[in-house]
Design a protein around this ligand. Structure first.
Ligand code: NAP
Ligand code: MG
Length: 499
């Protein structure tokens, strides 16, 4: 079993206490590797290394083309390691090998590449229009890196989330300290191993494995950190924002969701039913923008349910290393208990359990939960309000589209959602009325590195991906250049200086 190390200041080191702990495969409950347990002191050392690297200008002052060259070498080397990384991600996160091989790793690498390429093109010089003032001046905005950016990421898409934090920070000239989720630390450390081979100057990237309460809090409070970007639960987001307030850090938050899927009565049901199931059950429902509330019109409700209950049987739960398996376990025992707790609450509150509801009979080990569907659910039931982060779908009947849109928006969250209809102009009008950061029409889950992703309401602050996401890693500086160079024209100096 491999023992991993922390990556600090360009070196792979043990935690200062020497302590390690196992990381577990959620499908087998077996340990797969040992990882160091970083302390506050380790976090401080990583932050200091990033600060030193940033302030030296070795990275922020490097021409962006040269930064991109180094980052593209990382991309190329990650590509060479794709199969190996897919195996590690599958074992560490309980994701199916089908998903990590087809999606998490290859798409994560493509996102890395796309973000670096886009970073090279994002304008860091913005000319300002003529400013009506007596001075004859040239005014422009210069975008520059923020400084030391901390990235704190969750366990659902560990590799992809690491990419989303590292690539934008580094291409825009920042230095980064990344803290993966305690449950899924391995692929971020593998990424550090690859980065270390590509000539990244020491301190530009640091990866530390430790708990949110210890390492995470240091990252959110240390005055040497300029920005914190968290992907995690809304509860952690609230806390991180408060912690970051004392030193007025920039904060971007990608948090939880309870996203709506609105099925219209004119939807193509072959796309809509499978889309609703894909939108909820992909990665056992552990996706922040999952469409966990599905609104179906009364006129087609029975047909929709009949088809959904047939199609859900085509999801194959089992051994995550088997290519045929399409759904794995949830990430940990605590998440397993949490999901089963919500299923019990759903039943107690009177929702009708129409499929699933517990551990599949054939999976005695591992944190597996069946795809679970409740119908006759109210939008105000606990299972329709709170993020479950497991394979549980609430199907909610609606009278008319206004009713559906009103219920869709009646949530503290605003991350994703979908509309299924053959009438595209109508679907776009509905999409505009849904108060979330992403709406798919006749599809689900497809995220694009060039399109901004993030939440309204309590689903987050700021955006990741696309030009909007890259600019979140820059400071805005206004530069005013006097072009007249003539003291006698500068009458405003005379406000305080008498002749
Ligand atoms: P979580 O408990 O909020 O953890 C996320 C990260 O925050 C982990 O690295 C965690 O460290 C760290 N953390 C925990 N407490 C902290 C603290 N006091 N200070 C600083 N950092 C702290 O979330 P999760 O359960 O891992 O992930 C699931 C959540 O992420 C869901 O709510 C999901 O919707 C959300 N998510 C959102 C997006 C999006 O883009 N909007 C994407 C994916 C997931 P430990 O692992 O050590 O606890
Ligand atoms: Mg694990």
């Amino acid at each position: 079993m491999e023992t991993y190390k922390l990556y600090i200041d360009g070196k792979f080191v043990d935690a200062e206490t020497g302590e390690t702990r196992p990381t577990i495969n959620p499908a087998t409950e077996n340990p797969i590797a040992l990882v160091p347990v970083a302390t506050k002191g380790d976090a401080k050392r990583a932050i200091e290394a990033a600060r030193k690297a940033f302030d030296s200008g070795i990275w922020s002052g490097m021409n962006i083309k040269n930064r991109a060259k180094i980052l593209m070498q990382i991309v190329d080397k990650l590509r060479d390691r794709q199969d190996e990384l897919a195996q590690i991600e599958s074992a560490d996160a309980g994701a199916t090998i089908r998903k990590t091989s087809m999606m998490d790793i290859p798409i994560g690498i493509e996102h890395f590449k796309a973000l670096v390429e886009l970073g090279e093109r994002v304008p860091t010089y913005e000319p300002l229009p003529w400013i009506d003032m007596p001075a004859i001046s040239w005014n422009f905005v210069h975008r520059e890196p923020i400084g030391v950016c901390a990235g704190i990421i969750p366990w659902n898409f560990p590799f992809m989330m690491a990419v989303w934090k590292i690539a934008p920070a580094l291409i825009m000239g920042n230095c980064s300290v990344l803290k993966p989720a305690s449950d899924t630390p391995l692929t971020a450390l593998e990424m550090a191993k690859t980065a270390a081979e590509c000539g990244l100057p020491p301190g530009v990237l640091n990866v530390i494995i430790g708990s949110g309460a210890v390492v995470g809090e240091e990252l959110c409070t240390n005055p040497m950190v300029d920005k914190v970007a968290l992907t995690g639960s809304t509860e952690t987001g609230r806390h991180v924002m408060k912690l970051a307030a004392d030193t007025i850090k920039k904060v971007t938050l990608e948090l939880g969701g309870k996203s709506p899927t609105i099925i219209c009565d004119d939807a193509d049901l072959s796309i809509a039913v499978d889309g609703a199931l894909f939108g909820t059950f992909f990665h056992a429902g552990q996706v922040c923008e999952s469409g966990t509330r599905c609104f179906v019109p009364a006129s087609i409700y029975d047909t929709f349910m009949e088809r959904a209950l047939e199609r859900v049987n085509h999801i194959k739960i089992g051994d995550t290393s088997d290519w045929e398996t399409s759904m794995g376990p949830v990430v940990s025992q605590s998440q397993f208990k949490r999901v089963l707790g919500y299923i019990e609450t759903g039943k107690k509150e009177g929702a009708r359990l129409v499929c699933g509801g517990g551990r599949p009979d054939h999976m005695k080990k591992g944190w597996f939960v069946q795809p679970t569907i409740f119908d006759e659910v109210g939008n105000s039931a606990t299972i329709s309000r709170e993020e479950i982060f497991g394979p549980v779908l609430s199907v909610i009947k609606y009278k008319d589209l206004n009713d559906a849109i009103q219920m869709a928006n009646d949530s503290i969250y605003g991350l994703g959602g979908a509309v299924f209809s053959r009438d595209i102009p109508k679907a776009i009008e509905i999409a505009k009325k849904i108060r979330t950061g992403t709406v798919w029409i006749n599809d689900y889950h497809l995220l694009n590195a060039l399109a901004p992703f993030g939440g309204y309401k309590q689903s987050g602050v700021g955006r990741e991906l696309g030009p909007h996401g890259l600019l979140e890693y820059t400071q805005v500086k206004h530069i005013h250049v006097d072009l007249a160079l003539n003291r006698s024209k500068k009458f405003w100096y005379d406000y305080i200086l008498n002749d």
